[in-house]
Design a protein around this ligand. Structure first.
Ligand SMILES: [Zn+2]
Length: 192
């Protein structure tokens, strides 16, 4: 029994050290120049806005994340879906996602709406652009378009479940971050 006790503590402390190392690694910033591959040294492991590469002099910089989303409306109600993945797993959000580097954001919003809800949408207007600083991958802007469904059929996907339309006073309280809660509250307030 005594041996088992020490055995257990040996492995649990070992596991703790491994987890600590993994945590440190996951928090380290990219430390090589994205243009020439040279090491950017210690400066790149701290939070920074930009780092000049000592070899090629290019500026290695953090950029804002750009997301686009669809505020799909029907009869003064807003379509929300529930996230099945982290971050913000279990929270409600708009159909949305990252804008690809060669993609116009309005097209990204329509594409994400199709992928996450099965609906074909038409953009009616730009609702707003929202800054967020609560996403684990960094700060970003979330571009939201008001949309109307013009085809397809509502369905669940691997990323989101329970697609549902909510009236202004029915909006759930557990809303996702990454600009979603700000955008959804702005939609609510647009009826005031
Ligand atoms: Zn370089």
């Amino acid at each position: 029994m005594c041996a088992n006790y020490f055995h257990y503590h040996f492995w649990s402390s070992d596991l703790c050290i491994a987890l600590l190392i993994l945590t440190r690694i996951s928090r380290m910033k990219w430390s090589y120049c994205r243009y020439c591959g040279s090491s950017l040294g210690e400066q790149a492991t701290e939070r920074r806005q930009s780092v000049k590469c000592p070899n090629c002099s290019c500026i290695d910089q953090d950029y804002l994340i750009v997301g686009a989303g669809a505020a799909i409306e029907d009869n003064s109600r807003l379509l929300l879906i529930r996230r099945l993945t982290d971050p913000f797993k279990g929270c409600w959000n708009l159909p949305a996602g990252h804008v690809d580097p060669d993609e116009p954001p309005d097209r990204a919003a329509v594409r994400e709406a199709r992928e996450e809800t099965g609906l074909e949408c038409q953009i009616t207007s730009l609702q707003g652009v929202y800054f967020f600083d609560d996403h684990p991958k960094g700060c970003g802007i979330f571009i939201v378009y008001r949309c109307a469904a013009v085809g397809g059929s509502l369905r669940e996907t691997d990323e989101a479940c329970s697609p549902s339309f909510f009236a202004k006073y029915e909006i759930p309280s557990n809303l996702a971050g990454g600009g979603h809660s700000i955008a959804i509250k702005a939609w609510q307030q647009s009826f005031a």
